[in-house]
Design a binder for this molecule. Structure first.
Ligand SMILES: *Cc1c(COP(=O)(O)O)cnc(C)c1O
Length: 425
């Protein structure tokens, strides 16, 4: 019988010291993911790059950690870019995505020397040119293509299908016209193409189908416009497992097959093999993170038991958004067998929505009010999607490793809740 430890630190101690709800990240796991990417992708293939999709989880300490691990960052907003730059992240290792970039975002990208801007709309070309001219730069860009493959994942996290709001459609003139425009521009250096199939993909078929279509596009662009794709960004979306008892997906499961297809098909088409870039988010961060909550009360009704905790959709809206699944344990004696075998158990939050559910069918040890529970694999898209709905205070973030715990984001204070909220008469 033991308490759950994370990064070698007793989770009850963490709850006592930092309060709950609490986001806890084992940086050892993040580093081992980065090492796996170096060992099985960066060092296995020539001329490849990794960019961490920072929207999954970004703090300044996280940016620093990623920098030390030799990986780049993918950002999608002024706020993410600012966070990275304020942590002194090297701008040339940053790439900017996004389907609705503002002038302010594009201007800061060009001014600060961001490595690549991934163009998602033809209008962006002239805006980038304008700022490149103003700041005396030649901006490297990629164009995001929508391969038209409908990925097998939740509809809200599929992005590569026909009719997606992301990317340039492969039919019609939009794509070739923009490529021609960029090739002529003195201020744009169009280095290649980008695509992203979707998120939380556990099979390789949709990737390979999309990649195959994109290599076909590269061939067409070479033949019709003499355009050479020097770089190809394959996107992210590698699956993160839900249950810690199930081994994590290997990144090489995705990258080996994709690189093989890329090499073979480019050779067959007599195309230069482009530099391949991947931008995983959740695969790097999801499994390193857990969230600690304190149980407020338990309501046993006929057929269902609600375990209500002191957080919920404000700190983790992912069940509400896309029915994301999680596993939970009671921190104290977490290795005891699960109880509640004869009833359905829902772990719910304290927000004023019936959809404020964390786990719909939980398998967990018996709990009582005041017990601390841990949700596993909450590292991705929780802190980054959190809100202060119901004026809940956004939880703190703690990094743990080798028995040490360090606070990296403070819990919002009550003063923070009314910061900027002007009281007028
Ligand atoms: C969200 C996103 C990613 C990362 O997705 P994950 O599922 O977290 O790996 C990568 N690239 C683009 C363009 C994205 O929008």
């Amino acid at each position: 019988m033991a308490n759950l430890k994370w990064g070698g630190v007793d989770c009850l101690e963490l709850a006592k010291k930092f309060g709950t709800p609490l986001y806890v990240y084992d940086t050892g796991i993040i580093k081992s993911r980065c090492k796996e990417l170096r060992d099985t992708f960066i060092n296995r293939w020539d001329n490849v790059r990794v960019r961490y999709a920072s929207k999954a989880f970004l703090t300044r300490s996280m940016a620093k950690l990623i920098e030390h691990e030799g990986i780049g960052l993918d950002v999608v907003s002024l706020g993410e870019l600012y966070t990275a730059l304020s942590a002194k992240f090297p701008p040339e290792r940053i790439e900017m995505n996004g389907n609705a970039k503002s002038h302010d975002e594009i201007s800061l990208c060009v001014k600060s020397g961001v490595g690549r801007i991934i163009v998602d709309h033809p209008d962006e070309l002239q805006i980038i040119e304008k700022y490149a001219q103003e700041f005396g730069r030649v901006q490297k860009i990629l164009i995001r293509a929508a391969p038209g493959v409908d990925a097998h994942t939740h509809a809200y996290i599929a992005t590569g299908q026909t009719g997606s709001k992301f990317g340039f459609p492969l039919d019609g003139d939009m794509l070739p016209d923009s490529i021609k425009y960029a090739m002529k521009s003195e201020y744009l250096n169009l280095t290649g193409l980008h695509f992203h199939v979707g998120s939380q993909l556990f099979e390789i078929d949709d990737y390979l189908k999309s990649l195959d279509i994109i290599i076909g596009l590269m061939k067409k662009l070479k033949d019709s416009l003499n355009f050479t794709t020097h770089e190809l960004n394959l996107g992210g979306g590698f699956g993160a497992v839900i249950n810690p008892a199930i081994p994590a997906m290997k990144s090489s499961f995705y990258t080996d097959s994709m690189m093989k297809l890329l090499h073979e098909k480019c050779k067959a088409y007599n195309l230069e093999i482009p530099r391949a870039v991947i931008e995983p988010g959740r695969w790097i961060i999801s499994e390193s993170g857990i969230t600690l909550y304190t149980v407020e009360n338990i309501k046993s009704l006929t057929g269902i038991t609600f375990i209500a905790v002191n957080g919920g959709m404000a700190d983790n809206p992912r069940y509400a958004l896309s029915q994301a699944e999680y596993n939970a344990v009671r921190v104290k004696n977490f290795d005891e067998p699960v109880n509640y075998n004869n009833t359905q158990v829902s772990i719910v939050g304290k927000c004023c929505e019936s959809g404020d559910i964390l786990i719909e069918n939980a398998k967990i040890q018996e709990v009582k009010p005041g017990d601390v529970i841990a949700l596993y694999n909450t590292g991705a898209y929780t802190f980054s999607m959190s809100s202060s709905y119901n004026k809940l205070q956004r939880p703190a973030v703690v990094f743990v490793e080798n028995g040490n715990a360090k606070l990296v984001v403070e819990r919002q204070s009550l003063e923070d809740i009314t910061r900027g909220d002007l009281l007028i008469d």
